[in-house]
Write a protein that binds this ligand. Structure first.
Ligand code: GTP
Ligand code: MG
Length: 198
């Protein structure tokens, strides 16, 4: 009668989000066109080379994601990345439960989109169901000539205040899904974050 199939979520109330099946689930969100689909394709490509220094080749084409897109990244353990298209913003919240980490992507080359990204990020950080998720904010497209540096972005969206008020662990990275810059750091963050929760 003791056996409950070893399901970790049976161990305690209040741990619904970051236990059991959720330990391998990562949500990938951000305004449309910031580069989420390209990132996922790139992560799959660099995976076999491990150190992330393999030749990525030309960036594969992407289309706007209408709906959701699930991709398994198998490193030390399986991590499932769920991209939700930017156009699905109104129903993002239906996917908050069961997610262990959150990748939030911003287009660092697009100042006019920054306020929309900021509003979305504030909404995500204050969502009850995401309170236990680890968060990685990705400033993408730093290969473009007029990208905003991480310092500029931080002061524009008042990131230090935002991090201080948030319940989540928040990390930031500058990347280029196009060129491959920083992608091995993204992979490392995913592995570290998902390792801590068995
Ligand atoms: N220059 C540059 N272009 C990029 C980068 N990442 C993505 N792009 C381009 O940006 C466009 C949109 O990329 P997607 O990956 O489709 O964007 P998305 O965030 O998935 O968009 P939705 O699915 O509509 O939410 C594509 O033309 C990509 O090739 C980058 O790092 N640098
Ligand atoms: Mg997409």
């Amino acid at each position: 009668p003791e056996s409950r199939g070893g399901r970790p979520e049976a161990l305690g109330a209040g741990l619904r989000l970051s236990s059991g099946a959720g330990s391998g689930m990562c949500l990938l969100l951000g305004v449309t066109g910031v580069g989420k689909s390209l990132l996922v394709k790139r992560l799959q490509t660099i995976l076999p080379s491990r150190d992330g220094k393999g030749d990525l080749g030309d960036p594969p084409p992407t289309r706007p994601t209408v709906g959701t897109n699930l991709t398994d990244i198998v490193a030390q353990k399986k991590i499932t990345i769920r991209e939700l298209g930017g156009c699905m913003g109104p129903i993002w919240s239906s996917y908050y439960g069961n997610c262990h980490s959150l990748l939030f992507m911003v287009d660092a080359s697009n100042p006019t989109q920054l306020s929309a990204s900021c509003v979305q990020l504030l909404g995500l950080l204050s969502a009850e169901e995401l309170a236990n998720a680890s968060v990685l904010i990705l400033f993408n497209k730093i290969d473009l000539p007029c990208y905003m540096t991480i310092e500029e972005m931080k002061s524009l969206i008042r990131l230090p205040d935002l991090i201080a008020c948030a319940k989540q662990n928040i990390t930031t990275l500058e990347i280029s899904a196009w060129k491959g810059t920083g992608l091995s750091d993204v992979l490392r963050w995913l592995q570290d974050t998902h390792r801590t929760n068995g």
